[in-house]
Write a protein of this length. Structure first.
Length: 371
């Protein structure tokens, strides 16, 4: 079969590789729609971010290797021994981070806190291939009301569900969301469903602001044309927001805001309020802890999304409570288009993309023989 493998940073090739075995507790799937995450698009270019050291070490010691592809919709071709929840022909999506099932946390029924287990696309091969082997424990069935493209977004959406859960919103809380990429737009909709009152969003791209208004923002501020902290203060009677989601930070090389939006979050949140850190910065940042202490601010980070989070995302999208289709702006055809999807995702601003670029994978002769 064909699979994309990385021979080094900035060096991905469509190679011939053996079809994986269907191991106990696993399923073989045909990827239907796959998208690179923003993190994967950065790592492909060797830009430091989440899991950079892990990927660098694997490339130095194991290359060529199959990397990335944890945001997908796939159809089951075969089930291995012990698989009981899924059947051939069903569509599935997956959570990426899995429990190890052996550490003290896992043994004490707190596996959702485990950080020792494998990650699909990083430790285990992902879905940038004609066929993939996936552990049953990672999977959720996709509702028939959800399109293949929407299903490929469910993993990201489950992380956004975890982020909003971390905020512990109270009814009518004023919420600000800095950054209206895919996760920012997801946090917007989930916060609205979770009882938020005034919803204020911020981005530097007018197309993102327009979609934000369509999806429920009361005010969508363009940071290129107005002083967002001053405007947020005015809109909140001088208090600031109860909760600020920071979804825009990261490497400026990829058009992200560095740590600037985190500093804006500190100014935009009310005293005693909460900042939810969704972004990955790729390195240490300088932060005035005394300011947080003096204003009783809480800087919180989302938990890993669980099976329950992923199952909830299916319900949210299937019922229409969260809309993903308006954010899907670039759909490419064929496994050969994967590098283009990485390029668009790594430079979303230049391509006017909102969600990562998606690839609709063509069934090959190998796959067809297994259907």
């Amino acid at each position: 079969m064909k699979a994309w493998r990385f021979h080094g940073f900035n060096d991905m090739r469509l190679d011939d590789v053996p079809v994986p075995n269907c191991a106990p507790g696993h399923v073989l799937v045909e990827p239907i729609c796959v998208q690179p995450s923003v993190t994967e698009a950065q790592l492909a270019k060797g830009i430091p971010t989440l899991a950079f050291d892990r990927v660098k070490r694997r490339l130095e010691t194991e290359a060529p290797i199959q990397l990335f592809g944890h945001e997908f919709c796939a159809r089951i071709l075969e089930t291995g021994p012990g698989v009981s929840r899924f059947h051939k022909g069903e569509r599935v999506a997956a959570r990426a981070k899995l429990p190890c099932m052996a550490c003290p946390l896992c043994r004490s029924e707190r596996s959702d806190l485990c950080r020792k287990g494998p990650v699909i696309g990083f430790d285990l091969p992902g879905c940038f291939a004609e066929i993939a082997s996936l552990p049953e424990i990672a999977l959720v069935k996709v509702d028939d009301r959800i399109s293949d493209s929407e299903a490929a977004c469910l993993q990201s959406l489950s992380d956004s569900v975890a982020a909003v859960e971390t905020a512990c919103l109270r009814m009518a809380d004023t919420v600000v969301i800095l950054g209206q990429g895919s996760m920012g737009l997801e946090c917007l909709q989930i916060a609205r469903q979770s009882g938020a009152g005034l919803l204020i969003t911020v981005d530097v791209r007018e197309e993102s602001c327009q979609i934000s208004r369509q999806l429920g923002a009361d005010h969508a501020l363009n940071a290129r044309t107005e002083d967002i902290v001053s405007t947020i203060r005015t809109l909140t009677g001088g208090n600031g927001a109860d909760v600020v989601f920071e979804c825009a930070g990261g490497s400026p090389k990829q058009g992200l805001a560095g740590s600037q939006t985190l500093m804006q979050a500190l100014d935009a949140v009310r005293s005693g309020g909460k900042i939810i850190g969704v972004s990955w910065f790729g390195g240490p940042i300088q932060l005035d802890i005394d300011l947080l202490r003096e204003r009783s601010l809480r800087y919180l980070f989302p938990d890993i999304s669980t099976q329950a989070h992923l199952e909830h995302t299916v319900r949210l999208v299937a019922s229409g409570r969260v809309r993903l289709a308006p954010t899907i702006t670039h759909i490419l055809q064929g496994i050969e288009s994967v590098p283009k999807a990485f390029e668009i995702t790594a430079n979303k601003g230049a391509h006017k993309a909102i969600n990562p670029a998606q690839v609709m994978m063509r069934p090959s002769a190998v796959v067809a023989s297994r259907l």
